[in-house]
Design a protein around this ligand. Structure first.
Ligand code: NAP
Length: 515
């Protein structure tokens, strides 16, 4: 068993007492302990602000980008060891562990190369600006400089590597030091990632700190100029939004919460066509990858009424191909859920959806006894316009609900009942129907993926979050936004309008000269 430590104020700290026990989800055995009792978070935040902030701001984008590239490389060098730890701490088969770890190194590398492109600058170059009065000398520019505080990142359990890296990459490139707090249950993998980065002395002191264990009073020391980025349940999101100092000190807050993502098959698709097959494969992957414990997993699948039976049959056949079991065992593609509580919640969630009238269309095999395994489950809700829970309850496991719809307008209305999602995926080829669906679903979604014939063999898996596109969603998904290339940096930068003599400002703000 390993004792995890936090890395604060430039030191590794084990915390006091026994702390929380972290378990191997496949065996229920305790594999690690973590405690934050007795740790001085106020001093750690101050250390990060003072030391880490000053050091990062002294670097150019290109130099900060080089740090991210080195972090990516360091983690990639130990990929196999990290995959093994992921299996023991999060119950992930190799494919799921790679999804998390390669997502982390890929995002760090992406922001590393973005830093290189931004070059030898310390802040984002203002655009061409605008004349503000009748005088062509009096001008206004917008300049964006790093916040003078610390970025605290509170992450969900399901992506201990990627969740840490995607937030840290953006903040560090922006020039803001990071204190990262993974969910305790799976913090072992984040600990191993941060340990490698710290041991390799890649980053300046104070640029990256780690909290392994409960948040304690960490967030009560946040103040004006700091940024808090949270990923997790809507309930915790609400708690963080209402923290007195977050309100009083106007701490910047980004919330990525849960989401009832939808898949919509547009009218006019033929069963067995290329686009139909893509739909079937994608849904099956989204339901089973990471045991359905992905914020982007599809929870509601809407098909034209006349295709309901075909979808039930083809999805069931595809889901049946996923073998559930202990990671590493022959042929196993899906592991357990991460904690015993999650298993209870998922079993309870399926029951609640069935109490509302959903029928069980498919139930896979899953090991009984020790470990937090649950069977892959496909439900069908025959009356989605009358049901409420299916549009409200996120069952965070390998479960999705199929529903028939009548007309594109109804499909959009049903998706909207989810109250705002991270993702909507549409499959179709009829331009008119796709136009209505894309424009109808976009206001309710952070991202819309369209799977059509010409890209059927070139799309990304819908649940894959790319650093170049924004991640986040309106309404219950938290209303937040992360990544999206340069867009992601803006959360960590203060945008200031600077007004005055055009030539003077252009010189002192380092505005690129027109050729
Ligand atoms: P959670 O219970 O809300 O926990 C998330 C994080 O918040 C953990 O690090 C947790 O720490 C911390 N936390 C909990 N209460 C806190 C408090 N009072 N003060 C400070 N920190 C606190 O969520 P989860 O179970 O880990 O994650 C599952 C949920 O996350 C799902 O609903 C999923 O949809 C959502 N999710 C969303 C996204 C997205 O990008 N939108 C991505 C992944 C997951 P401890 O572990 O130490 O309690």
């Amino acid at each position: 068993m390993i004792r995890l430590q936090s890395y604060l104020s430039g030191r590794w700290e084990p915390g006091e007492g026994e702390g929380a026990a972290l378990r191997d989800p496949s065996t229920d055995e305790i594999v690690a302990q973590a405690s934050t009792a007795g740790l001085d978070f106020a001093a750690a935040l101050e250390f990060a602000r003072e030391r880490g902030g000053a050091a990062l701001r002294a670097l150019t984008f290109a130099e900060r980008g080089a740090l991210l590239t080195a972090m990516s490389k360091r983690l990639h060098d130990d990929r196999d060891e990290l995959i093994e730890i992921s299996a023991k701490s999060a119950g992930t088969p190799r494919g799921d562990a790679k999804f998390d770890i390669d997502g982390a190194t890929g995002t760090l590398a992406y922001y590393g190369s973005l830093g290189k492109r931004l070059g030898a600058r310390h802040w984002l170059a203002p655009d061409e600006g605008e004349q503000l009065t009748r005088s062509s000398r009096f001008w206004g520019y917008h300049v964006e400089l790093p916040l003078r505080g610390v970025a605290v990142h509170v992450n969900a359990f399901n992506f201990p590597a990627w969740g840490f890296a995607e937030k840290a990459a953006v903040a560090i490139l922006a020039g803001v030091p990071v204190v990262t707090k993974p969910a305790t249950a799976t913090s072992w993998l984040t600990y191993e990632c941060v340990k490698r980065i710290v041991d390799s002395e890649i980053l300046p002191e104070g640029a990256l700190s780690l909290v392994c264990g409960g948040a304690g009073d960490l967030l009560s020391h946040l103040r004006s100029g700091d940024a808090l980025a949270f990923t997790g349940s809507a309930e915790t999101g609400r708690t963080l939004r209402s923290l007195p100092n977050v309100i009083e000190q106007n701490v910047r807050l980004n919330v990525e919460a849960d989401s009832l993502n939808s898949t919509v098959v547009a009218p006019g698709i033929e069963r067995g066509s290329e686009v139909w097959q893509l739909f079937v494969r994608d849904v099956a992957r989204e339901v089973t990858q990471k045991s359905g414990q992905k914020c982007t997993a599809t929870r509601r699948v809407l098909v034209p009424r006349e295709l309901l039976t075909a979808a039930q049959e083809d999805l069931s056949a595809e889901l049946e191909r996923t073998k559930v079991g202990v990671p590493g065992d022959e042929g196993v593609r899906m592991g357990p859920l991460t904690t015993a509580q999650q298993k209870r919640d998922v079993v309870e969630g399926i029951r609640a959806l069935m109490d509302e009238g959903a029928e069980r269309t498919f139930r896979g095999e899953a090991p009984e006894g020790k470990g937090y395994f649950v069977p892959v489950t496909l439900l069908t809700q025959p009356k989605p316009t009358e049901a409420a829970l299916v549009h409200r309850l996120e069952v965070f496991g390998p479960v999705t609900t199929l529903m028939p719809y009548d007309g594109v307008g109804e499909a959009i209305e049903l998706v909207a009942r989810g109250g705002g999602s991270l993702l909507a995926t549409i499959y179709g080829d009829d331009t008119q129907a796709l136009t209505e669906l894309v424009l109808g679903l976009a206001p309710h979604s952070g991202r819309v993926l369209v799977g059509s014939r010409k890209v059927a063999d070139q799309t990304i898996p819908p649940g894959m979050v790319l650093p170049s596109c924004i991640h986040g969603g309106p309404g219950r998904a938290g209303g937040g936004e992360e990544l999206g290339g340069l867009r992601g940096l803006r959360f960590y930068l203060q945008r200031t309008a600077v007004q005055g003599d055009r030539a003077l400002l252009a010189r002192l703000l380092d505005v690129p000269r027109e050729e």
